[in-house]
Write a protein that binds this ligand. Structure first.
Ligand SMILES: [Zn+2]
Length: 351
């Protein structure tokens, strides 16, 4: 690494908050057997679900890097009073979901059969020096802004604590990126669904279809009436996705999976989205209806011979889908509905 890079890394890692990493770990007990854990920051919440069972501990998703994951793992072990990790399940391989796997040495890593392929980018980001340099640079810029923000916030305020958490997160993440860390893929994979028998609990893993990523997995715990959705239900009022890799069979699968979880005989009290406080079963309804209306609407438009622009206009987010927030410019999901319309049009044209 050159001198400039070393100075950049040093400036990235120093300064700002001096609180220990553990102080930014938040846990929320859902029941005797289940808790949520996440890192405190600014818009940073990413739910990791920890489960204790007769056959050991399970974690669903493992945060953005080992240094970020380690204090969360320790806290979970403290709360449950045990460290017999049996399984790690990754809902998919985007940031915050699969980069802490290496800390769970004795556990079996479980994921969809596309997960290993989806994880490739985590290795490439470390191996390709140009890519890594850009990531470290942008983290350094972000940290600069965060330190300026932190200094303007009132001491002991909740906002200042969140800024402190955000700073600590980027420091730890950058340190891991600079030093490198092992990316551990799944040892147990499945295609459509897979059940893990944990003695007193069963975990039903269901593939959602190619959309948000290639490997999105939902996990249902019937004994806890709990559904963990990963980024499929991202947060309340977040638009669902139809991706560039989605095919018609994926869209049909989205509907079949949601219909199955919404069936009368399936008990769900709580839905754990990837990035907000717990939701309820009723939050699944607008998502199912979105896919249903989008598919039916586009199919009708094509039967009528409408051009794309008219079909898209007829299915515009407002007023058709009031359950979902319209993303603002600058958000990662800006233009999502229009992207979904384009992808669905392409999917139907390919058929
Ligand atoms: Zn994601």
């Amino acid at each position: 690494m050159g001198l400039v890079a070393i100075l950049l890394v040093a400036s990235t890692l120093l300064g700002g908050t001096t609180e220990p990493a553990e102080s930014y770990v938040v846990t929320e007990r859902l029941s005797k057997r289940v808790m949520l854990a996440y890192w405190l920051g600014i818009g940073r919440r990413c739910n990791l679900t920890a489960i204790q069972s007769e056959k050991g501990l399970v974690i669903i998703d493992t945060e953005a890097s080992p240094r970020v994951m380690a204090p969360i793992q320790q806290r979970i072990e403290q709360v449950f009073g045990r460290d017999d990790w049996a399984y790690v399940i990754n809902t998919h391989a985007h940031d915050n979901h699969a980069s802490g796997n290496s800390l769970f040495r004795d556990a079996v890593i479980v994921g969809h059969q596309n997960l290993a392929q989806d994880m490739q980018w985590l290795m490439r980001r470390q191996m390709e020096s140009e890519w890594r340099r850009k990531e470290v640079e942008s983290a350094a810029e972000r940290l600069q802004g965060l330190r300026a923000l932190e200094s303007r916030l009132a001491v002991n305020s909740a906002d200042r604590r969140r800024a402190g958490g955000e700073i600590k997160f980027w420091q730890l993440f950058t340190q891991d990126l600079v030093e490198g860390y092992p990316v551990i893929g799944p040892a147990l994979t499945f295609a459509d669904r897979h059940t893990l028998d944990l003695g007193d609990l069963t975990l039903e893993l269901v593939f959602f279809g190619k959309g948000h990523s290639l490997s999105d997995t939902l996990v249902y715990l019937p004994q806890e009436r709990l559904l963990i959705t990963g980024a499929i239900i991202y947060q309340h009022a977040q638009l669902p996705e139809i991706g560039e890799a989605s095919e018609l069979r994926d869209v049909h699968r989205f509907l079949a999976v949601l219909d199955r979880f919404l069936a009368a005989d399936v008990r769900i009290d709580r839905v754990i989205p990837s990035h907000s406080a717990p939701l309820t079963r009723s939050d699944l309804l607008p998502v199912r209806d979105y896919y249903q209306r989008m598919l039916a609407g586009m199919q009708a438009a094509r039967r009528e011979g409408l051009p794309f622009e008219q079909a898209a206009q007829r299915l515009a987010q407002r007023p058709n889908f009031p359950a979902f927030r319209v993303p603002q410019h600058g958000e990662w999901c800006y233009g999502m509905h229009e992207r979904n319309l384009r992808n669905l049009w392409r999917i139907l044209a390919e058929e």
